[in-house]
Design a binder for this molecule. Structure first.
Ligand code: KG4
Ligand code: ZN
Length: 354
């Protein structure tokens, strides 16, 4: 049995978990900063880093306590080293280094995206999921990422496409801000879209030069133009007080707009994923990241792809450390450890040699 303490602090969740053999979550503790960032309508990097500093010791202690382990019961310390916000990543990486040095445990730096891809391998309620056979296509969709990844084997990745502007989650967050319906935008739009008709507003589906790339900035501009018909919203950054007023007095068809936005984002994700799945003859598709919690995306992926589609359970869609522990186990088995000079890599990508 191999037990790994994993730490995740790449964005706005401070998380620690103890994971056994890459699959069993002995603990999975997440301290979310969402209420703090709600005030700004998005993640404020400087604030996020400082919140990680305040939370990290308690979160790690709690993960150890819940797992019922001491340091002697662990085999390695793993940590997300990128991609993400540099100030946020630094807190987790420094904590992990300190712990590894003082306990003599090996250190494993993990790519956050690889973590998302391993989130659906974790056992939930004692049930071990059947691992998808390779090659697998991964769609990682979150507030910071929209990547289509071909996974030929453990550690063998090829990025087939990514967003050329906003991430899918960012598109939800920014358009929700325009509608004045709150943060984070994904759950807010999903809820507002209930009972809405997605055919009322024809929103653009971007054409991109590369087959598997995504683009969501045109959608954002189209929504801005539409909202301006109902409320004098001057730009995309402003929290939309005018939209909020239009929402409250019922002059803006929020449900139809939200349904249209959700349909446009989901359509782009499904179309490109379906095309890549066919072109590369994959055995299965793994969808992960915060946006993979979206119910409409889940329905459409299941209905329109010709191969099995796996989603993590909802609580493992958003950032957590258990997925980092799951990915780290593969590095442990392969004897791939990090040196003490492990640095943060805010723009880290996935490659064939991971
Ligand atoms: O993976 P995550 O927790 O953090 C990042 O690494 O970004 O993803 C957060 C993103 C946010 O943009 C949020 O709006 C989106 O995931 N999200 C959703 C849903 N739940 C969270 N988007 C669409 N539908 C949802 N139900
Ligand atoms: Zn993430």
């Amino acid at each position: 049995m191999t037990a790994i303490l994993a730490i995740e602090s790449s964005c706005d969740e401070t998380a620690a978990a103890v994971v056994e053999d890459g699959q069993i979550m002995r603990s999975n503790v997440v301290a979310s900063q969402i209420e703090i960032h709600r005030r700004y309508g998005g993640v404020f990097p400087e604030v996020a880093a400082r919140q990680h500093i305040l939370a990290i010791d308690t979160v790690v202690q709690e993960a150890m306590t819940q797992a019922g382990t001491d340091w002697a019961g662990l085999d390695a310390v793993a940590v997300t080293c990128g991609p993400g916000l540099s100030g946020s990543l630094l807190v987790g990486v420094n904590a992990a280094k300190g712990l590894a040095i003082s306990t003599g445990l090996p250190l494993i730096g993990v790519n956050h995206l690889e973590g998302h891809l391993y989130s659906s391998r974790l056992a939930v309620d004692g049930r071990l999921p059947a691992p998808a056979p390779f090659p697998v296509l991964g769609l990682i969709v979150s507030g910071g990422h929209t990547e289509l990844v071909l996974m030929r084997n453990h550690g063998d990745y090829e990025i087939l496409g990514r967003t050329i502007d906003d991430a899918a989650g960012e598109a939800f967050d920014k358009t929700a801000r325009l509608l004045g319906i709150g943060y984070p935008g994904g759950p807010a739009i999903q809820e507002a879209a209930q009972g809405g008709n997605s055919a009322v507003f024809k929103l653009p589906r971007a054409k991109t030069r590369q087959d598997y790339d995504f683009s969501f900035s045109g959608l954002k501009t189209a929504v801005l133009r539409l909202v301006q018909k109902y409320a004098p919203v001057s730009n995309l950054r402003q929290p939309s007080a005018a939209a909020m007023a239009a929402l409250q007095n019922g002059t803006m068809p929020v449900a139809d707009l939200a349904a249209g936005i959700q349909a446009a984002i989901v359509e782009a994700l499904v179309q490109k994923t379906r095309a890549a799945a066919q072109a590369f003859g994959v055995q299965a598709v793994l969808v992960a990241g915060g946006v993979s919690a979206n119910a409409h995306l889940r329905q459409e992926m299941a209905a329109r792809l010709n191969c099995p589609v796996q989603f993590p359970p909802l609580f493992l869609c958003t950032d957590n450390a258990a997925m980092i522990g799951a990915a780290a186990y593969r590095h442990y088995l392969a004897g791939r450890f990090s040196n003490w000079d492990l640095d943060v890599a805010p723009n880290l990508t996935l490659t064939a040699g991971d």
